[in-house]
Design a protein around this ligand. Structure first.
Ligand code: ADP
Ligand code: MG
Length: 345
């Protein structure tokens, strides 16, 4: 045996995306049906005239959710919605899901049934069928893994890599709400811990708390785009924060990005809550995760067709790669765009 110590690299040193890159580099594809593997919101598999889309997301207690404030029913809904969101981000339609659970003995049959009530609501809302999964025990917390299978025609699929110079950058809904909802829930939890007599009053924060606990996948916008006859040149869902997702599109499309602060969509409750917590509202919009809105680019010629969609904002444009990534502030200054994103490691 060699006396030399084996090299040990901490995951934190290369980060989540660095780790995924490393895994991806050591696997090629053997099957011609595998059109796209690791690297987008979902894998793309040839299947007759259409393509199948496959995506998986895992939610871990203590990392992604805290059962002291998320009801199990909402958690069931959210677990499905975040996967449907990745199918939407490919411009596809979700069809089936599998749901796998790691359960500690803290959970009763009734608790699991509550979770599945939420799963069922989501299956109704997004017209998907639960077709399988796996159930196992877990030493402590709850682990949820959902896989969603979707469908699209080949011409309809939107990847992260095809944004082109002069395309318009659009985002759906408003951003930063889920982060501020979480911030309020964390505060109320602390208040409750120190004074259990206090009943939390979160009625003023209802909108942002819902954004955190029961997010929607924007399938409505996918149907609107289809009706308008528009296929985004690129698309991604906003799970880690707008800036981080913009960087994914920029990196994979090899382009630069310019966005305008005054065009960024923020809800009034999100804005006011950020101010209350002495946080910068723009930073919340740029780096708040879990809004599950869609970020996409369209060619300028398509802008007429979607400019009246009520829930879509044009926030900037795609530039040459060498022009970098920029934010034009309300005051007219141009500053480099920064991405914090969610760091799990
Ligand atoms: P999203 O935020 O859209 O769910 P992720 O950032 O989780 O996407 O993943 C990016 C890409 O990396 C996806 O194609 C995903 O399937 C792939 N991926 C993530 N983790 C792994 C892993 N452990 N092994 C193989 N592929 C992975
Ligand atoms: Mg995604």
């Amino acid at each position: 045996m060699s006396q030399e110590k084996e090299k040990r690299t901490e995951i934190g040193e290369i980060g989540e995306f660095g780790l995924i890159d490393r895994i991806s580099k050591s696997f090629g594809h053997k099957n011609p049906e595998t059109l796209v593997g690791i690297g987008d919101d979902a894998a793309v598999i040839e299947s007759g005239a259409k393509v199948k889309l496959v995506t998986t997301d895992m939610l871990v207690e203590g990392v992604h959710f805290d059962l002291s404030y998320i009801p199990l029913q909402h958690l069931g809904y959210k677990s499905v919605a975040v996967n449907v969101s990745d199918i939407a981000a490919m411009n596809g339609k979700p069809k089936q899901i599998t749901v796998s659970l790691g359960l500690s003995n803290r959970f009763s049959v009734e608790a699991v049934e509550s979770f599945y009530e939420g799963v069922k609501f989501a299956c109704e809302d997004y017209a998907v069928d639960l077709i399988g999964g796996d159930t196992t025990s877990s030493p402590t917390g709850l682990i949820i893994s959902v896989t969603a299978i979707g469908e699209a025609s080949k011409e309809q699929v939107s990847y992260r890599k095809n944004a082109e110079e002069n395309d318009i950058i659009c985002v759906t809904g408003d951003l930063g709400g889920a982060l501020m909802g979480l911030t309020v829930l964390e505060r109320e939890k602390e208040v409750f811990k120190t004074n259990p007599e206090m009943q939390p009053d979160i009625s003023a924060y209802e909108y942002i708390v819902k954004r955190q606990l029961k997010p929607s996948a924007r399938m409505d916008v996918i149907f609107e785009l289809e009706e308008a006859g528009v296929v985004p040149t690129s698309m991604i869902d906003v799970s880690d924060g707008l800036a981080s997702e913009l960087f994914h599109i920029a990196k994979q499309s090899e382009v630069g990005i310019t966005i305008y602060e005054d065009k960024l969509p923020i809800d009034e409750v999100t804005y006011n809550t950020a101010v209350e917590f002495k946080m910068d509202p723009v930073t919340c919009v740029l780096n708040g995760g879990e809004d599950y809105e869609l970020l996409f680019t369209i060619s300028q010629t398509d802008f007429e067709k979607i400019k009246n969609l009520p829930d879509v904002s044009a926030i900037g444009y795609i530039d040459k790669k060498e022009n970098g990534h920029k934010l034009v502030t309300k005051g007219g200054n141009t500053v480099p765009l920064q991405a914090q994103g969610w760091k799990h490691f």
